[in-house]
Design a protein around this ligand. Structure first.
Ligand code: HEM
Ligand code: HEM
Length: 269
């Protein structure tokens, strides 16, 4: 027997104006992109922002729940190719968001789990973010006509009923509009992904340097991320992170045992 989920009226896509949906989608995309700039937000705000973006994505999904139910029921039966494509991309985006949220919580300062393979979890978090932003760009490309038409309604709203407005035919969404939208969206996503790729390489660099340091100094524990100190000889001292953070640092590994307001992992004193 098919289970029917009753959602409150406020979740129904049809009860909202398209303009409201447009704003929600834009906020979702903007929040998602800002989450890539950890250097800008710091870890604490990043975590809250990530949860807020995931919650907004959940709302967005519930708002389209009727569509999801209808297409799910007919996915292997009679439904259009377009609906199947949308469904496939949406499923990918959902899987991406769930992976980002789950790995984010595992590495979060909230749970502060004693992870032996922290870098591996962080890498999955970063790779999932990059793949998902690519899928979101694809999704935006698939909905570009709706996005462009609704943006036009926001900029110049239709005259209220009863008032006579000068008859002005609405310009059809054209190739140039598509290129403009995808240019802005694609550039923003590429900037976010490239900023993260930089961090991804940093994490790999940190890992290999940590291994190197454990090989050169047997007295130093390989899992310890805080072992570099000014008291060590300069030959044993290795730069473990090339970000050179000043207080409060960009990640939870920030440590300043010599109290000079710079992360010890990025300096040899
Ligand atoms: C940054 C993230 C996202 C953006 C920018 C975005 C954008 C959009 C846009 C522009 C539409 C069409 C217009 C509308 O009615 O709102 C749409 C529809 C839809 N979205 Fe998203 N979305 C995002 C994330 C998600 C997530 C995580 C899901 C979860 C599965 C999802 C599921 C859906 C569904 C089911 C539809 C209706 C079917 C369709 O047309 O694809 N979206 N989204
Ligand atoms: C929209 C969702 C999210 C996106 C796109 C995202 C993306 C990223 C990216 C790209 C990084 C690496 C940044 C860098 O090192 O410069 C990162 C790191 C991190 N994220 Fe997220 N994230 C999201 C949600 C979350 C959530 C919900 C949490 C936890 C509740 C979280 C926790 C963390 C933590 C702890 C780090 C590592 C900080 C460090 O040690 O360097 N993220 N995230």
């Amino acid at each position: 027997m098919r289970k029917i989920i009753f959602l409150p009226e406020s979740f129904n896509v049809k009860t909202h104006k398209p303009q409201t949906h447009w704003m929600i989608d834009a906020a979702l995309f903007a929040g998602f992109l800002v989450s890539f700039w950890l250097d800008l937000t710091g870890v604490s705000l990043h975590q809250w922002l990530g949860v807020a973006v995931a919650a907004l994505a959940g709302y967005h999904l519930l708002a389209h729940w009727n569509w999801v139910e209808a297409v799910t029921a007919r996915l292997f039966g009679q439904t259009s190719g377009q609906a199947r494509r949308y469904y496939l991309v949406d499923a990918g985006v959902l899987a991406g968001f769930l992976t980002i949220l789950a790995t984010g919580l595992v590495i979060s300062t909230w749970l502060a789990l004693p992870l032996g393979n922290y870098a591996a979890w962080l890498n999955v978090h970063i790779v999932a973010s990059i793949v998902t932003v690519g899928l979101v760009v694809l999704k935006i490309g698939m909905h570009w006509r709706w996005i462009a038409a609704t943006a036009r309604r926001i900029v110049s709203p239709p005259a209220p009923a009863g008032k006579t407005a000068p008859v002005r035919p609405a310009p059809a969404a054209g190739r140039r509009e598509f290129l403009k939208l995808m240019g802005i969206v694609g550039l923003a996503a590429a900037l976010a992904a490239s900023n993260t790729l930089d961090s991804f390489t940093n994490v790999q660099g940190e890992e290999s340097v940590t291994e190197e340091s454990s090989a050169t100094s047997s007295s130093q524990s390989s899992s310890s991320k805080t072992a570099v100190s000014g008291s060590q000889s300069s030959t044993a001292c290795v730069i473990r992170c090339n970000r050179g953070c000043a207080f409060p640092g960009h990640c939870r590994k920030y440590v300043d045992s010599d109290g000079n307001n710079r992360c010890d992992l990025g300096e040899c004193a």
